[in-house]
Design a protein around this ligand. Structure first.
Ligand code: NAD
Length: 365
């Protein structure tokens, strides 16, 4: 029997509630599909600051490195907002990304048929996009600085200070993320869209050149290109036409939030962050710690449950178990179960709390 070691970081706010739900679902899946998971809990975020003064204790990072995968709830909250930025709970996420070498962020944006009326795009019929965002390069990590400047602008306004951030990408960074994106597209509808700004940016032109080159190994997958400004419009006007999108760190940051919003609820969106094959990936919902509803039983656990399904699929190759969890989520929605964030007040809805939704999913596995 295959055995998997999972490092579990519950974090802050609703983190412990939604992770407990996801672990119950994982337990149900292991019983049914014949694999075994061993979970070990670690602290990160605000709760770690309270105990150790640091958002990501060394022991947590080591534990994650030695696990097969990491499951994370969410970190942060008002109790730690006053802390100096470099020691805030959210720094734990950056530490985990760099410590585990996680260079690819996978964010599926799927429109569940039953939640269509929650989408701000009223004409939406279908959407199933896998957004592949480069996570460790580009403008967020490029050279940046700020300095005083005595020059004046053409209309006489003094410049006073100049600040800059640099978008830079190496061929290697582009090659590994586009290769992964082609592999993902191959397992889906075999269509990959590279989103860039190649009409203006030199770095985007390198992305196109390398993507074209990597495409030689994936001739069964079609490749097209979209400028990022155009893509942000097309996502609204024809969301159903996209399959897999690959893009840089900053463009992916913005577009994945846009695509997520089209699905209608932040409580439904899972994510995976992956590094070198064979190393532990990080699986987490895209939402934060929702301190406003922590402890009330209102948290929607589905994003975290779907993150576990991604872990089973991408990390462990347990495709049947992953399919079963995703189908159980669809079934729970089709049966009318709704946490308050996705409730629309329709007569056929069955309002449930976090535990009720978890039980509904487990019943479908
Ligand atoms: P948030 O995602 O926590 O909450 C935004 C809104 O969505 C809130 O009204 C919340 O109640 C609701 N919501 C979020 N998840 C939900 C769920 N599963 N079920 C039902 N409703 C849900 O964003 P925020 O309020 O901007 O941030 C709160 C804290 O979380 C901050 O400290 C922020 O820094 C942190 N944060 C952490 C992560 C992470 O750990 N990956 C990501 C984003 C924000």
């Amino acid at each position: 029997m295959d055995e998997y070691k999972i490092a579990v970081i519950k974090g802050d706010g609703i983190g412990p509630e939604i992770v407990d739900s996801a672990l119950q679902v994982l337990n149900a899946a292991q019983d049914k599909f014949g694999f075994k998971v061993t979970c070990k809990e670690y602290l990160a975020g605000g709760c770690a600051i309270d105990v150790s003064g640091r958002p990501l204790p060394e022991e947590t990072l080591e534990g994650c490195k030695n696990a097969d995968a990491v499951l994370l709830g969410a970190v942060g909250g008002p109790a730690w907002d006053h802390i100096e930025p470099s020691l805030r709970p959210e720094r734990a996420l950056l530490g985990l990304r760099s410590g585990l070498g996680l260079y690819a962020n996978l964010r599926p944006a799927i429109m569940f048929e039953e939640l269509k009326d929650a989408s701000p795009v009223k004409s939406i019929d279908h959407m199933d996009i896998m957004m592949v965002r480069e996570l460790t390069g580009g403008i967020y990590f490029g050279d940046s600085d700020q300095y005083s400047c005595k020059d004046i602008l053409s209309d006489g306004t003094p410049k006073v200070r100049i600040a800059y951030d640099t978008e830079s990408y190496s061929e290697g960074e582009i090659r590994r993320i586009t290769d992964l994106a082609f592999r993902i597209a191959r397992g889906r509808s075999k269509h990959l869209t590279l989103v860039d700004k190649a009409n203006v940016l030199t770095s985007s032109r390198l992305w196109r050149e390398i993507a074209e080159d990597v495409h030689d190994d994936y001739r069964d997958v079609s490749l097209d290109y979209l400028y990022v400004d155009n893509c942000s419009m097309q996502l609204i006007s024809r969301p159903g036409d996209f399959d897999t999108i690959v893009t840089s760190n900053m463009f992916g940051d913005i577009l994945s939030d846009e695509a997520g919003q089209i699905t209608g609820s932040v409580g439904m969106l899972p994510s995976a962050s992956l590094g070198k094959p064979g190393t532990p990936g990080l699986y987490e919902p895209i939402h934060g710690s929702a301190p406003d509803i922590a402890g009330t039983g209102k948290a929607n656990p589905l994003a975290t449950i779907l993150s576990v399904a991604m872990m089973l699929r991408w990390q462990f190759g347990e495709t049947e178990a992953a399919d079963s969890i995703e189908n159980a989520v669809k079934q729970a929605l089709a049966s009318g179960y709704r946490t308050s964030d996705i409730a629309r007040g329709n007569a056929d809805e069955k309002p449930v709390d976090t535990e009720g939704m978890t039980a509904a999913v487990i019943a479908g596995i």
